[in-house]
Design a protein around this ligand. Structure first.
Ligand code: TXA
Ligand code: MG
Length: 315
């Protein structure tokens, strides 16, 4: 299969309407899209990514009328989050509408819905004229792609089209919140911080890492975000004391790199760290780095999501 690379949202959307697969930019990470209501197209997404069939997909919408096609009834908490954070880096899990094929949600009776904010993404989704399922556009287990070249690195020849856009503004996947229970539960921290969610629905809780989260968000069971290199975490200040780098090692963080680091990225803020992390992991793999030393960050704001990804990469 030849993968077409285009800057035209219309051209890319045509592939979706014809039952194909298209990788497209969003403000979080690049997604690999297919028409939610076309089972054969959705199957191609799982195949291209080597994605386990028990990991449900997020449906992306360009406007609110598409939410109604996907969701049976919108819970009050979800409506409050929609009013505040859509369009944006937030996915809401809600009861699914009957017509949504089981393959899209891995047989669950719920569906994750997200309305991205990036202009080119909205143009693309509008031109698709249907909600679009899209996991991150990487081979399963690899770091999510935050630019179109990283998409090609993993998926060239396995998908129909890549819609070329800018590098992703946030660089980490959306916050996923389950709104089907008594209180909203954060299943995956992301760019919308837990503090922000609690301002809208104060009862919102996180069960990060617990058995319950794993039962409710099947995707979190699978290995994620991993470069081939070994990832090691150090608290700020401890990096220098960590003595010299092992051979062929890289560093990402705020302070001074350990002695002997052969590839270093210094960041100024947690936001910049988040935006650069997955690209840096991929760069390290291309350069055959064996160990990546990552400085930890305080767990507040985007730092919560960043630490979640760092721990998973290091696990
Ligand atoms: O930022 C993002 O969310 C990106 C862009 C492309 O939108 N997408 C993304 O998709 O990260 P993916 O498939 O890599 O991660 C989706 C996560 C998984 O952890 C999955 O288990 C969870 O969302 N999820 C999806 N539908 C769910 C559902 N119905 N119930 C519980 N968890 C769900
Ligand atoms: Mg993913």
């Amino acid at each position: 299969m030849k993968t077409i690379v285009t800057e035209s949202a219309d051209e890319a959307a045509r592939f979706i309407r014809e039952g194909g697969t298209v990788a497209f930019p969003t403000e979080t990470v690049y997604g690999l899209g297919a028409d939610v209501f076309n089972e054969a197209a959705v199957a191609k997404v799982f195949e291209a990514k080597d994605r386990p069939a028990d990991n449900p997909l997020i449906a992306h919408v360009g406007d609110s009328s598409h939410i109604e096609r996907l969701v049976g009834s919108i819970p009050d908490s979800a409506q409050a989050f929609i009013d505040t954070f859509f369009p944006g880096p937030l996915t809401l899990v809600m009861p699914k509408a009957e017509d949504v094929p089981a393959i899209a949600t891995s047989g669950l009776d719920t569906i994750g819905v997200r309305m991205p904010a990036e202009k080119i993404t909205r143009e693309f989704l509008e031109a698709c004229r249907t909600p679009v399922v899209a996991p991150s556009a990487n081979v399963s287990g690899r770091p999510s792609p935050t630019d179109w070249r990283s998409v090609l690195e993993d998926l060239e020849g396995r998908i129909d089209c890549v819609l070329k856009g800018k590098p992703s503004r946030f660089g980490l996947e959306s916050t996923v919140v389950d709104c089907t229970g008594d209180v909203p539960v954060v299943l995956r921290p992301g760019a919308v911080a837990i503090e922000q969610l609690c301002e809208v629905v104060p009862e919102t809780v996180t069960f990060a890492g617990s058995d319950e989260t794993e039962a409710r968000s099947p995707g979190m069971r699978h290995k994620h975000y991993s470069p081939r290199a070994k990832v090691v975490l150090f608290d700020r200040g401890a990096v220098r004391q960590a003595s010299a780098c092992p051979e062929n090692c890289a560093f990402i963080g705020f302070g001074e790199p350990p002695e002997g680091s052969s590839l270093t990225m210094i960041v100024d803020s947690a936001e910049e760290y988040a935006r650069e992390l997955f690209g840096f992991f991929r760069l390290c793999d291309r350069k055959e780095i064996e160990t990546i030393i990552c400085e930890t960050v305080p767990e507040e704001g985007i730092g919560t999501a960043l630490m979640d990804r760092l721990r998973r990469a290091a696990a």
